[in-house]
Ligand binder design. Sequence first.
Ligand SMILES: *[C@@H]1O[C@H](CO)[C@@H](O)[C@H](O)[C@H]1NC(C)=O
Ligand SMILES: *[C@@H]1O[C@H](CO)[C@@H](O)[C@H](O)[C@H]1NC(C)=O
Ligand SMILES: *[C@@H]1O[C@H](CO)[C@@H](O)[C@H](O)[C@H]1NC(C)=O
Ligand SMILES: *[C@@H]1O[C@H](CO)[C@@H](O)[C@H](O)[C@H]1NC(C)=O
Ligand SMILES: [Zn+2]
Length: 434
Amino acid sequence: MLWITRLLVLLLWLVLTFGQLGVPAQPPIASTGPVRPHAHLSSRAGECRSRATVPGVELASDSCSFMGHARVPGQKLTIMVTSHKVADFDDLLQSYNVSHRILNHNFQALIDANYREVAPEGTPPDQFDWKRYFQLDSIYAWLEFLAQQRPEVVTLVDLGASTQGLPIRGVRIAFGGENLTSVFVESGIHAREWIAPATATYFIEQLLNSKDAAVQTLARSQNWVIFPTVNPDGYRYTFKGDRMWRKNRSLFGICRGVDLNRNFPFHWNATGASGDPCRYDYSGPSAGSEVETQRIVQFLENRIQSERIRTFISLHSYSQLIMFPYGHTPERVENYQDLKEIGQLAAQQIKKQSGRIYRSGSIYETIYPSSGGSKDWVHGHLKVPITFTYELRGPPDSEDLFILSAGEIESTASEAFAALQTIVEEAGKRGYYQ
Ligand SMILES: *[C@@H]1O[C@H](CO)[C@@H](O)[C@H](O)[C@H]1NC(C)=O
Ligand SMILES: *[C@@H]1O[C@H](CO)[C@@H](O)[C@H](O)[C@H]1NC(C)=O
Ligand SMILES: *[C@@H]1O[C@H](CO)[C@@H](O)[C@H](O)[C@H]1NC(C)=O
Ligand SMILES: *[C@@H]1O[C@H](CO)[C@@H](O)[C@H](O)[C@H]1NC(C)=O
Ligand SMILES: [Zn+2]
């Protein structure tokens, strides 16, 4: 099988964290002015591909992969280095006194273990669960199964085809209440964040089958439109190709993929996005350029009134955050205070349930500035008042990055659902659904 071959080739990654950055005696990159530590690091991030810019060190595009951008001195940054470059890279860090810590000598082993936690292809939909990860086809088969089992409540919704022709499929759950408002859940926009689709399917399961009276009331208080995998091409690729893939699969020269969560047409490409197709947060050739982005935009624009969508939730990992707009500016949204309070209550609910610490705040305050995210567009352009993005487990300093063991799916999804319940109940109390 193709992916097994590829994974063997990738064997042995090193993950390094930069702590306090040393100030290099000489700028590592040809430069006329003084090079500040963060400039040094971010330049290197940008020039990972070019051997000419880092004299004596060959850092080819396939040798290192940055998780996040260097922005401020002293910041921590996680980097994956491919095995045949580890010695060189280590030497470079020594030369410039960059303090670092090795998180994992063999990240591939973690990825391999994670693949063993995937349900076999063709697992029948009545064996769907939250103890394993499921591939795209299994998730879609399960959604179809639900629609067949509960046709009076569950309807399949197709957003249309992805770039590679896969359906972008979700469900609408409606118990039949009149004039209800709707909650829209978008999940899986970043392919490698496997816990996000698993959590979205758990939401569906709870809304349909929970025995808890409060959950049943919640389920009937809204209509629900839930898309577990809005980036099906990318999600499928994380099983067949690269487990750490994030973007979509468009081809740009030798590099592929637009970060769909930087591609939405609202303050597009203003900050925290890259113009380089080889980078993980490439915003795309133009605002809303991507098929998947357009599908979501069209659906929401068409349905915002008829479905009375008042709540938008997007699911990501990792870092344990519950965030609200904006990401592109420190400017506060008009209902900042409500969102702040609701987010904090949701985080408290999680702490009560599982002991996990989630932080809440605006995207700009809690994680990093970014533009072109779906929630900024949904709040700023569509005016959906209750808009939250989750970063699910693991913790911000996770050494496993996006690899969450399947043993944590159920508890992660369950605490996320408790937070969702708090968000909807609190927003209801504050009059957002009248
Ligand atoms: C690195 O640190 C050592 C010991 O503190 C020092 O002698 C050396 O000059 C430093 N090198 C650079 C490039 O800053
Ligand atoms: C739903 O909305 C319609 C039209 O506005 C109204 O006539 C009807 O009474 C509403 N039903 C409920 C249960 O509020
Ligand atoms: C990704 O980006 C390309 C380039 O803009 C776009 O054409 C395509 O629809 C997107 N999706 C996939 C899966 O390639
Ligand atoms: C997006 O922003 C980046 C960084 O500022 C810039 O290099 C790039 O040209 C921009 N892309 C477009 C299409 O304007
Ligand atoms: Zn994400």
